[in-house]
Design a protein around this ligand. Structure first.
Ligand code: NAD
Length: 248
């Protein structure tokens, strides 16, 4: 039987790259999406045409009832989860703190932190040897912003990713004795739609000069690091972070 992975926000960008690579490595993949069923279905079809197994699963990860329902659907359609990638995330328009509302901060925290927490909780309930599970692994897609703070741009987003990193450390220690490893990947500036939603489509190119490797990263480069953390070679790695950020 193939191992089962759930990738949140798996219909595009980094999440879709992880879903495709995981399928090539033999995982049956749950491709979570929020609103774009067509995009998620396209990733699923691509995986199926290459001989893999995948299903599209709708849920807004910030909503507890929807996350619970999504995990039940994953159980029914692919079987018990072995690997979770908490990838769904949002970045709002670039803004200094002076103009930022509390509502905006709460929105960002809801998806990036609450969403990751809820999915991790549902995964632990299924993976933990304490609950009769067989163990597993979780990778949280954080950001270099957690270290750098994103001044004048997105301190709310950076704070949410910092919270994800602290949750990664705490969870890793809590569930390690139950056979579950928890790690994080911190992408730097990667070519995806996220930068357009942040209000500056040419942002990656503008930032090249401050990236030591002098270029933005690709989604495949992030997916490779994520998949290493699920590999047997990473069997003694937990509570760790891989920076995929061009030297920053
Ligand atoms: P993206 O905007 O293409 O992908 C984000 C995905 O998350 C989308 O599919 C979106 O629909 C989904 N999503 C958002 N809110 C959701 C919700 N409430 N429920 C379910 N799904 C939801 O951007 P990306 O660059 O591929 O981002 C993926 C992850 O990588 C994010 O967590 C992001 O913060 C992180 N990241 C990206 C970069 C970068 O430079 N692109 C850098 C650092 C970290």
């Amino acid at each position: 039987m193939s191992k089962v992975m759930l990738v949140t926000g798996g219909s595009r960008g980094i999440g879709a790259a992880v879903a495709r690579l995981a399928a090539r490595r033999g995982y049956a993949v749950g491709v979570n999406y929020h609103a774009r069923a067509d995009a998620a279905q396209a990733v699923v079809e691509e995986i199926r045409q290459a001989g893999g197994r995948a299903v599209a699963l709708q849920a807004d990860v910030s909503q507890e009832d929807q996350v619970v329902r999504m995990f039940r659907a994953l159980d029914d359609e692919l079987g018990r989860i072995d690997a979770l990638v908490n990838n769904a995330g949002i970045l709002e328009q670039q803004m200094r703190v002076d103009g930022m509302s509390a509502e905006r901060l709460l929105r960002v925290l809801s998806t990036n932190v609450v969403g990751s927490f809820l999915c991790a909780r549902e995964a632990v309930r299924r993976m933990s040897t304490r609950h009769g599970g067989q163990g597993g692994a979780i990778v949280n897609v954080s950001s270099a912003a957690a270290r750098l703070g994103s001044p004048n741009e997105y301190v709310d987003y950076a704070a949410s990713k910092g919270a994800m990193d602290t949750m990664t450390i705490g969870l890793s220690k809590e569930v390690a004795p139950e056979g579950i490893r928890v790690n994080g990947v911190r992408p730097g500036t990667i070519y995806t739609d996220m930068h357009a939603s942040g209000g500056e489509p040419g942002r990656v190119d503008r930032l090249k000069s401050v990236i030591p490797l002098r270029r933005g990263g690709t989604v495949e480069e992030v997916a490779g690091a994520v998949m290493w953390l699920f590999s047997d070679e990473a069997g003694y790695t937990s509570g760790s972070f891989i920076d995929v950020s061009g030297g920053n």
